[in-house]
Design a protein around this ligand. Structure first.
Ligand code: OFO
Length: 165
């Protein structure tokens, strides 16, 4: 059985993972209307991943006999100035999520809640993976540059990452 503090914190994370999914899906719409099909495909795949992260938490909470709460999810932004701005925001968001997962882990360790510590390990590894992917994307954007046909090649490169997901 989980403590109330743990259930409340896991529910906040459920809401945050839902927000992440909406954020990336909304970003994919921006990319789509700019003709950036590779970026849009990558962001749609990210949105699916985040939904899976939410469901994993949702299941864990009810399996412990507690009630998962979806709550209200705020609306994500709709406009971005450039591809680099958009992916910088994805990277910043993933860093925020890593901080939240670390906070959950600190709470679980403090409570000697070994089941939740074990459950959260997967998220720790996942965040490492996602931060690494975002770093690679930001490096590519910087190396290729957004002038001239740069955006076309950036879109192709990010589309290839989406294809390998
Ligand atoms: Fe990468 O955010 Fe979910 O966990």
């Amino acid at each position: 059985m989980l403590s109330k503090a743990m259930v409340d914190s896991l529910n906040k994370q459920i809401q945050l993972e839902s927000y992440s999914s909406n954020l990336y899906l909304q970003m994919s719409a921006w990319a789509e209307i700019k003709g950036l099909e590779g970026c849009a495909a990558f962001l749609r795949a990210q949105a699916q991943d985040e939904l899976a992260h939410m469901h994993r938490l949702f299941k864990y909470v009810y399996e412990t006999g507690a009630l998962p709460v979806l709550g209200t999810i705020k609306a994500p932004p709709t406009e971005y100035g450039s591809v680099s701005e958009l992916f910088q925001k994805v990277s910043d968001h993933e860093q925020l999520i890593t901080g939240k997962i670390n906070g959950l882990m600190t709470l679980a360790l403090g409570e000697k809640d070994h089941s939740t510590v074990n459950f959260l390990q997967w998220y720790v590894a996942e965040q490492h993976e996602e931060e690494h992917t975002m770093q690679k994307i930001l490096d590519k954007i910087r190396n290729i540059g957004e002038t001239g046909s740069g955006v076309y090649f950036i879109d192709r490169a990010i589309g290839m990452i989406a294809g390998g997901k």
